[in-house]
Design a protein around this ligand. Structure first.
Ligand code: MF3
Ligand code: CO
Ligand code: CO
Length: 275
């Protein structure tokens, strides 16, 4: 169990898996509406994965000490931070929901998540919209740091400074992760930290950046089901996730697709292809 560096074929496998994971979210986007249940979202995703020729990495996923995860994806609503289990909960106007999709294609994993404002922008509170937007930018603040020679502590620091500077807190118990032919590989990618510390990035590394940002305090609580993580103070929480490749000169985001939301201006396509 150590960091894996992807060669040309590995990068090709990761590119395909990453795009397909993002396309699951594109497919779900128009369906995620007031009145639908998170289990319906799960079932639509399962059917689409079948069409794509991918399989869900989450269904039956069982790290040691956990029960098998019962969903094809995770749905985390409002104060749920992560690992929400799809079920009979009905989405209503003004809810914010993270949908986190991990697919396997030809043995390679692609992992990505987005926030959805149920009922659209007009239904969301200003506080909820701001949290989702700041969390989106926090993820990208981390992504744009990625290049050889930079350390993981630099990435965590950039995310932490941005999130806390906006008055929010960063969840510490869960982090991004190396990914490849396994779901969770080394290294851990913390979303807080000190510049100049931890692993140095090298070309061929692939890992996720997936900050969980709380409107209130950072403390978490696990619900009784063995998976669902909520904010202890019940404040809103948001998360976005991409799978990223370290290139010889920068980064390539592997989990983009045609339906992906606009990039923040500091991460404009010109700087991404400079990679
Ligand atoms: N997709 C999550 C991640 O970003 C992990 C979900 S594990 C599950 O790492 F079992 F909860 F699905
Ligand atoms: Co992940
Ligand atoms: Co994920």
């Amino acid at each position: 169990m150590s960091i894996t560096y992807k060669d040309e074929a590995g990068v090709a496998g990761m590119r395909l898996a990453g795009r397909l994971a993002s396309e699951v979210l594109d497919h779900l986007t128009p369906l995620i509406q007031p009145g639908v249940t998170t289990l319906q979202i799960d079932q639509w995703a399962a059917a689409f994965m079948k069409e794509q020729g991918t399989t869900s990495a989450t269904i039956g996923y069982q790290p040691s000490g956990y029960p098998p995860f019962p969903g094809h994806l995770c749905t985390s609503i409002n104060h749920v931070i992560c690992h929400g289990i799809p079920g009979d909960k009905v989405l209503k106007k003004g809810d914010i929901v993270n949908v986190d999709v991990t697919v396997i294609k030809d043995g390679w994993y692609g992992d990505t998540s987005r926030m959805f404002l149920i009922g659209g922008d007009a239904s969301a509170s200003i506080a909820a919209k701001r949290l989702c937007q700041v969390t989106y930018e926090a993820m990208w603040k981390g992504i744009v740091m990625v290049k050889p020679g930079v350390r993981l502590g630099d990435i965590g620091h950039a995310i932490q400074v941005f999130a806390e500077g906006n008055g929010y807190s960063v969840v510490r118990e869960f982090c991004g992760h190396g990914i490849g032919q396994r779901f969770h590989e080394e290294p851990q990618v913390l979303h807080y930290g000190r510049p100049g510390t931890l692993e140095e990035l090298k070309p061929g590394m692939t890992f996720t950046i997936e900050p969980m940002i709380n409107a209130g305090k950072r403390d978490i609580k696990e619900m009784g089901d063995g998976w669902t993580i909520v904010t202890k103070d019940r404040s809103l929480s948001a998360q976005w996730e991409h799978t990223v490749l370290v290139t010889p000169t920068g980064y390539e985001v592997l989990t983009l697709s045609d339906g992906y939301p606009p990039l923040p201006d500091f991460a404009a396509p010109a700087s991404a292809v400079a990679a």
